[in-house]
Write a protein that binds this ligand. Sequence first.
Ligand SMILES: Cc1cc2nc3c(=O)[nH]c(=O)nc-3n(C[C@H](O)[C@H](O)[C@H](O)COP(=O)(O)OP(=O)(O)OC[C@H]3O[C@@H](n4cnc5c(N)ncnc54)[C@H](O)[C@@H]3O)c2cc1C
Length: 604
Amino acid sequence: MAVEQPNLLVAERFAIKLERIVGKLIFFHHRNTKVSGLARRRMPLLRDYLRLMSNPKKHRRAKPFRRQKGQQDSVRAAVGPVAVVEVRMPAKWTEDDEKIREALLSALAWPSERLGEFRVQRKNLDARQREVKAVWTMEAAERGAKLPIDTPATVSFDPLPEDAKRVHIIGAGPAGIFAALQCILNGSRPVIIERGQPVRQRRRDLVQIFREHTVNPDSNYCFGEGGAGTYSDGKLYTRSHKRGDIRAALELLVQHGADEDILVEAHPHIGTNKLPGIIESMRETILEAGGIIRFGCRLLDFKSSDGSVRELTWLDLDTQIKCRESCGHLILATGHSARDIFHLLHEKGLQLEAKPFAMGVRIEHPQSLIDEIQYRSKERESWLPPASYRLVCQASGRGVHSFCMCPGGIIAPCATEDGEVVTNGWSPSKRNNPFANSGMVVQLMQEDWEQHGHTGPLGGLLFQSTVEKACWKAAGETQRAPAQRLVDFLKGIQSKDLPETSYVPGVVSVNLHEVLPPLISKALREGLQTFVERMPLFMSEQAVLVAPESRTSSPVRIPRDAESLSHPELRNLYPCGEGGGYAGGILSAALDGIRVADAAEKST
Ligand SMILES: Cc1cc2nc3c(=O)[nH]c(=O)nc-3n(C[C@H](O)[C@H](O)[C@H](O)COP(=O)(O)OP(=O)(O)OC[C@H]3O[C@@H](n4cnc5c(N)ncnc54)[C@H](O)[C@@H]3O)c2cc1C
C-alpha cells in the first residue's frame, strides 16, 4: 500500500461529507433506476465548488472534473450476468464477509437475491479521509451465472532437447532468472553464470557483514542467487503498463510459491522470509528442464570479433581456475552494482552512457509514528496494514523523493566490497518490525558529478563510489554507518546521541552535512523541511538519517538497439535488467529478462 499524506483542507473534508450525504440521497432516490449524467456529475462539482471557495488560487489551476476511465457508477444498477464494479467500504469491513457482500450489493445496486458468485480483482486502500476506505474492484455474477475461470496460469517447462541452442546469462537476479525461464520456453538452454552463492549459503556471508564487518565481494546483499532483490521487501510494483506481461510474471512467482494475493493487491510485496524459497523453486525449474547454473563463477572477460561475442572467460571462485567457453548469445544481467562489468566494457571501448540517478540517505521512524500519521490514530487497527508513504518535492532546483519505503522493515548493509558503506532496506512478509525506513534521495544529473571532476560515461559511478567511501571513513572504517537525527540534520548540528535503529552493524553520530556532498545535503535538507511541513509528526526526535542510500538505480546505461535489444556494437550482447539501465526494481527487471530472452531467440 502506498498512501499519500492527505493534507485535505477543512472545507474539502466538509465537502466530502456533504457529498456522501447528497450521494446517498441520490442513491436512494434513483436506486434501480437510471440516473442522468448531470445528476451523476453533481457530487464532484460540489466538492470542486467548495475547494474553489477555500483556495481560489489553487483551484484555478485545477483540471475540471472528468469521469475516470473505468470508474464505476454506484447508482445505476450494474447490467449483465457478470459485472465488474468498484466497491468502496470502510477498511474494517474487509474482516467481515457479510459486510463485504453488503458493500458489493450496494455498489452493484442489485437486490440480494440477484447476487451469485463474486471475487476480488484488485485491492487498494484509500487513507485520505479520517475513515480509511478499502477500494476493491470486484467481479460479480448473477445467481445462476458463472464467473469466468480465473485461476493463475501454470506454465509447463518441458525438458530441453540434447541439441538445444545455448544462451549464456550472466547474473541470477530477477532479470537473469526470468530470462532463463523464458529461454526454456523458447527451446533454448540457459547457462547462468553467477558470481554469488545459492540463496541459502549466501546468508552466511550476510552474517559476516554484521559480525565481522567484512564484505565478500562476490556474495553479499547485492550479489548471489536471486540478485539484489532476494533479501528485500520484495515490492512488486512497476511503472510498466503492459498489464498482460505483469500478470504473467506475477503468475510465474505464484507458480513457484508466492502467495496468490500478489495477483490482486494494488501494491504487492513478498517479504525477505519468503523470497529465498521462491527463488530456490525457480532454480529447480531451470535445472529440471536442462538449464545450467554455475554459482561462484565471476565473469572476467569476453572475446569478440566481427561484431559478435565469441568466447567468455570466468573465474571459478572455489578452485580459482579460469574457465573459457564459446558463446553464441550473451545476456548481461549483472545489476547496478557490478562495477567490474562497467569497467570491463569501458576498457574494451564499447559504447556506454552516463545515466541520471539519485542518492541520499535512509530515514527511519518508529512504524507506529508512520501509522499515526497516515491513519490519524494512535493505535493501528488490526484490519490496516503497516502504513507506508510516498513523498516527492522540488528542492534547490532538483527532485527529492522517498524511495523503496519498507514498512515494518530493517535497514540493510548493502556494500559490495570493503572500504564502502551502502544502505538499503528490507521487510519480512508481515512487515512486523517496529521500524519504518525509506530512502530519501536527491536526483543527480551528469553536470553534478562533472562539477566534482568525474567525467565520461563512468562519471556517475565514480561519484557514487566517492560518497560511499566518504561514509565508510566518517563512521570509523567498518560497516557501521554515519547517522544523524532528523531534527539535528535540519539544524545542521551533530547529534549528541542517536536513537535505537534497525541497522544491525551499528551507527555513528556525524554531521552528515560534512560527509555528503553539499549538493545532496542542501537539497535533502530543503526537501525534508517540505515533508515536515506537510506532515508535522514526521519531525520526530526518534527520526534518524542513516547514510548513504546510493544504489537506487544504475548510474550507467549500456545502450541497446530499440528493435533487436542488442548492443549497437555487438549484435549478440544483450544488456538486460537494472544494470543496463532498463529496469528499476524486481518486477521490471523480470519483465526485461523475458523481453531480452525473446529478442535473443528472434535473432537466430
Ligand atoms: C536490500 C535491497 C532491497 C530492495 N528492495 C526492493 C523491493 O522491495 N522491490 C523492488 O522492486 N526492488 C528492490 N530492490 C531493487 C531490486 O533488487 C533490483 O532492482 C533488482 O534486483 C534488479 O534485478 P537485476 O536482475 O537486473 O539485477 P540484480 O538483482 O542486481 O542481479 C544481478 C546479478 O548478477 C550477478 N553478477 C554481477 N556481476 C557478475 C559477474 N561479473 N559475474 C557473474 N555474476 C555477476 C550478481 O551477483 C547478481 O546476482 C532492492 C535492492 C536491495 C539491495
